[in-house]
Design a protein around this ligand. Sequence first.
Ligand code: ZN
Length: 132
Amino acid sequence: MSSDNTENLGSGPDLTYQAHLNKKELFLPKCLVCNEFHFYPRVVCPHCGSFDLEWQALSGRGEVYSTTVIRRKPERGGNYNVCLVTLKEGPRMMSRIDGIPAEDVKIGDKVTASIINNDGECHVIFSPSQEA
Ligand SMILES: [Zn+2]
């Protein structure tokens, strides 16, 4: 094995996160000191600096924090939406809302995560929650 200067490249919390997604599971690191989740996954808690993290499953429920409509021609798939969703457990993720027109997404909307496989890479998207 040759040593090189790419240590940690391709390993670490982002790979763990993706590995869970590939199993259709939404997991994030939770800090065992301050009990906060964070996103994007890191090796150190961004809230308190602790290394004492544990991967835990999230409910997938959240609320739209901000939303932007990206204009796209209908023949290329039509407008879509880029949003920040605050998960019930606290962390905020960039994603998109499917299932309703991009223009109809409103701040405060209740949404539920699902994990889609897009060309072999799994991503989290959200759709409007059924209950109010
Ligand atoms: Zn912490």
